[in-house]
Ligand binder design. Structure first.
Ligand SMILES: Cc1ncc(COP(=O)(O)O)c(C=O)c1O
Length: 417
């Protein structure tokens, strides 16, 4: 078998509809300045699919800081990996400020959250150690676990009873192997928007003895009284042993960080292969992140505005009888009933006739027969955007219930790859 034949012949679960959906349902191009109103295929759309929670992406102060940093340093600097020639005082300053913000002793920057998480897991564990993790963990956690050759136990999403039975097994195995236990969960689960039950998990910490690693990609900057995240929201900042946040969402940048005790950050700094063998984060992003963090600290009104929009959107959808699941965060799923064809027609109708752009998720991410539309409210949305959207959703649901989307196949909207 020629490897090329095999690769081209199996597109994988996400690629199976590539020819029907490319450029429309997958890889759509949103154009114009990042905001609540952008362009899709030349038409204006109200956008609900950007993780620009605090509206920082195009905030004039951020644009100014990014431009000044790019002019001062260029995009190349620093050259090389941190360990070799890519270390700067700005990287260290950002780490100190992030650590202080998270009430931890130290922090370390990660070039991509995804690769960073893979390496955090890889660096912390050896074959004697045992992992207990939530079943809905993000791909970066699952890929980190692929590198783990010791035992692992999964518990059904946020199910504390099952968590306890798994941690009991983990304790037995770790006692036999002489290893330790790492529990991994998320702060905000990015698809359903519910929170990891950090407080609940931590009740068992003393009894079973483990360390807790939390991926708070969606919670950093959005949750908690100062935006320090889900651990702050649940009043368990000290109980979370290793805190992970990304710059790709509320910070509207790229890169990420991990925060913990100094001795752990020191070890990770010398062990995380995806960071050691990769170029340092470019200076404009580091300096731009210092500005973003400062904005999070000094402009609580951005978070308040975000939550005004979140509360209006979620309450409005609930009032109209929409099922938005168990969200406790800005992430707002809207569950409808229908198959893949109906899902594509719902999205096409929303985009073409109502000018609303949101993401859609179908089986296998959600159960068969469920269409999940996913809305991400931000501080740059308005209450008018909210009411336009809720009315449009009500119209689309009427059409769906009347069977209007059941026939006709997938709309012919795809681009050629
Ligand atoms: C829960 C979670 N963890 C990690 C990541 C990866 O972060 P990054 O975009 O910084 O690689 C994401 C982003 O999609 C995420 O949602």
């Amino acid at each position: 078998m020629d490897i090329f034949e095999k690769v081209a012949g199996n597109m994988g679960p996400l690629g199976q509809y590539a020819d029907q959906g490319y450029g429309y349902f997958s890889f759509p191009k949103l154009e114009g300045d990042i905001s609540n109103h952008m362009y899709f295929r030349g038409k204006p759309v109200l956008v609900w699919s950007l993780n620009n929670y605090l509206g920082l992406a195009n905030h004039p102060e951020i644009r100014k800081a990014d431009t000044a940093a790019s002019e001062q340093f260029g995009l190349a600097a620093p050259m090389g990996a941190r360990m070799m020639s890519g270390q700067t005082s700005y990287h260290q300053q950002l780490e100190q400020e992030l650590a202080a913000f998270e009430n931890k002793e130290a922090a370390y920057l990660l070039n991509f959250g995804y690769m960073g998480m893979v390496s955090i897991i890889d660096s912390m564990l050896d074959r004697h150690d045992v992992v207990v993790y939530d079943s809905e963990s993000h791909a970066c956690i699952l890929d980190g676990l692929r590198l783990h050759i010791g035992k692992r136990f999964v518990f059904p999403h946020n199910d504390l009873e099952k968590f306890e039975s798994q941690i009991k097994h983990a304790r037995k195995v770790a006692d036999l192997s002489g290893g330790g236990i790492l529990v991994i969960t998320e702060g905000v689960f990015g698809m359903p928007g519910d929170l990891g039950n950090l407080k609940g998990i931590l009740q068992f910490k003393e009894k079973y003895g483990f360390r807790l690693l939390v991926d708070d990609a969606h919670g950093f900057g959005t949750m908690g009284s100062t935006g320090a995240g889900t651990s702050q929201e649940q009043n368990v900042m000290d109980g979370v042993d290793v805190y992970f946040g990304t710059f790709a969402k509320a910070m509207a940048g790229i890169g990420a960080f991990v925060a913990s005790e100094k001795r752990i950050i020191k070890a990770l700094t010398f062990k995380m292969r995806s960071q050691i063998y990769a170029k340092s984060l470019p200076l404009p992003m580091v300096v731009g992140s210092l500005k973003r963090l400062d904005m999070i600290r000094t402009h609580p009104e951005l978070r308040e505005k975000l939550w005004t929009i979140v509360n209006a959107l979620q309450a409005g959808l609930r009032e109209k009888g929409f099922d938005i699941g168990k969200t406790q965060s800005p992430v707002t799923p809207v569950f409808l009933q229908g198959g893949p064809i109906e899902a594509t027609q719902v999205i096409a109708d929303l985009r073409e006739n109502f000018g609303i752009f949101c993401s859609v998720v179908i089986y296998p991410v959600v159960p068969k027969g469920v269409i999940m539309l996913r809305l991400i409210p931000t501080a740059s949305h308005t209450l008018e955007d909210v009411s336009i959207t809720i009315n449009a959703f009500a119209e689309v649901r009427k059409n769906l219930d009347a069977g209007k989307y059941a026939t006709g196949g997938i709309p012919a909207l795809a681009d050629k790859f």
